[in-house]
Design a protein around this ligand. Structure first.
Ligand code: FES
Ligand code: FES
Length: 173
């Protein structure tokens, strides 16, 4: 039996609230769909082996390593990339997500290569917890533990997590 590895499928996916469609090889990974087909280059690819976390995006609200997920697997799903973290304000402008704001405030990046993955992972983690509760050091460690950064030493990234959690706690009160 001959199997064609080059066959294509049309994938329809809602990315950052916008319905998108692309016809891709069946072996195309989600990170390539986002970067190459949809031109959303905010998602970075570091290791391409599921180790570094740079490529993390949300699929139906859950952080996934987009270098390990096939584009065809997200057909019909909702994907949020780093480009989708900012929110519209009531004057039609954009406001940064508290995690983005905290990274800026706390100098939590240097080269920035790992940053999209950290932002997406931490934003999802903080949004999933009780915002009114004080964040613990164990939670902070867990939120940053799955992503690798070669520049920062993590101290400022952890500071940014605490800062963002405090902002979200104030907003929730
Ligand atoms: S690029 Fe996907 S985990 Fe490193
Ligand atoms: S800021 Fe350079 S790899 Fe993290």
């Amino acid at each position: 039996m001959t199997t064609s590895v080059d066959s294509e499928r049309t994938v329809t996916v809602t990315v950052n609230g916008v319905l998108r469609e692309a016809t891709v090889p069946v072996r195309r990974v989600l990170s390539d769909l986002l970067r190459e087909d949809l031109r959303l280059t905010g998602t970075h690819v570091g290791c391409a082996h599921g180790v570094c976390g740079s490529c993390t995006v949300l699929v139906d609200g859950v952080p996934v390593r987009s270098c390990l997920v096939l584009a065809v697997q997200v057909d019909g799903a909702e994907v949020t990339t780093v480009e989708g973290l900012a929110r519209e304000d009531d004057r039609g402008g954009q406001v940064l997500h508290p995690v983005q704001e905290a990274f800026r405030e706390c100098h939590a990046l240097q080269c920035g290569f790992c940053t999209p993955g950290f932002l997406v992972t931490i934003a999802a983690g903080l949004e999933a917890r009780d915002a009114t509760a004080e964040i613990t050091e164990e939670e902070v460690d867990e939120l940053v533990g799955g992503n690798l950064c070669r520049c920062t030493g993590y101290a400022n990234i952890k500071k940014a997590v605490r800062h963002a959690a405090a902002t979200m706690r104030d907003d929730a009160r």
